[in-house]
Design a protein around this ligand. Sequence first.
Ligand SMILES: Cc1ncc(COP(=O)(O)O)c(C=O)c1O
Length: 400
Amino acid sequence: MSFLSATLDRVKPSPTIAVTTLANELKAAGKDVIGLGAGEPDFDTPDNIKAAAKAAIEAGKTKYTAPDGIPELKKAICEKFKRDNGLDYEPAQVSVGTGGKQILYNALMATLNPGDEVVIPAPYWVSYPDMVLLAGGEPAIAEAGAETAYKLTPEALEAAITPKTKWFIFNSPSNPTGAAYTRAELKALTDVLMRHPQVWVMSDDMYEHLVYDDFEFTTPAQVEPGLYDRTLTCNGVSKAYAMTGWRIGYAAGPQKLIAAMRKIQSQSTSNPCSISQWAALEALTGTQDFIPVNNETFKRRRDLVVEMLNAIDGITCPTPEGAFYVYPSIEGCIGKKTAAGTEIDSDETFAKALLEETGVAVVFGAAFGLSPCFRVSYATSDENLKEACGRIQSFCASLN
Ligand SMILES: Cc1ncc(COP(=O)(O)O)c(C=O)c1O
């Protein structure tokens, strides 16, 4: 009898965490490494949020809370959905978890039975397919390539849906491409979903606030109110508020689903950290002034990286609408050899050789389900980005 669960054979460890760990190890060993792999803002958590956490500790708010969140935070989340998305939710329709990741995981665990399919556009955030597999479902990957600016077409969505489809996972702005759907592009997808009443929508809005050039963010239940009763609108404070380590994510949706997610959380982790919940309350209700300031910085870095990468022969890099990622194609580098003699036969060998020969850490596209590409996280300083893109330029120029 095997000691380890057979379910574990279905999943792989997170490749983005693996790249970040390897880059950190090389750095610790004294190598000159620039990490463009991490999916977190390089800004510090704003002071008002830190102060709220300190005040929570001083006030003794350090005990168990309700398993899926304190009432004050649930109320603030309802207000956020109304203010930002025009969506009406009651506190009983809200779940707070230990990061956006746990929220998505709970929802899949609460709903998937063996054989249930989940449509996931590729490139996708690395955790979606593996979470589906862990929960016993089957990922159904629908390609959204560079020719459609990494956005799923209504035809591709329609083709991916079967009678077994239970969920469609939607992520805009996207990790790993930064692509964000306009209202019209999203409406074209929700029109398809309206024809398939068995399909629920899991909208992962984690990068909602990180959009540039006056892009208007929208979410499925807002664009198509007919989907409200089968949509879980997911979000969190990790990215916009630079709170990745605080571990607070949340979602709102039909009460039946929220109650099922609460049941799972109550028998696994119980409540998310009480202090972080009070900090998240301040994040959602306090000043939002730093968001446009941070976005100016992100936009400048995005433009810098896109320009430097597009100057490379063999690389094409679309300009994304949001998040802090770009997803260049390395189609023109495949089949060439590096100065050290490695043949670039995939984006994985490209990323490995880039790290070994230049010290720049990026995540290869196969990890996100669409090759040959790589993901750059530009959530690092302009100097780092200039130096890293310069090294990528020299690396590619030396390929033959
Ligand atoms: C698309 C997407 N969804 C969810 C998450 C999870 O966020 P959290 O750190 O709050 O668990 C991430 C984090 O990288 C993400 O990129």
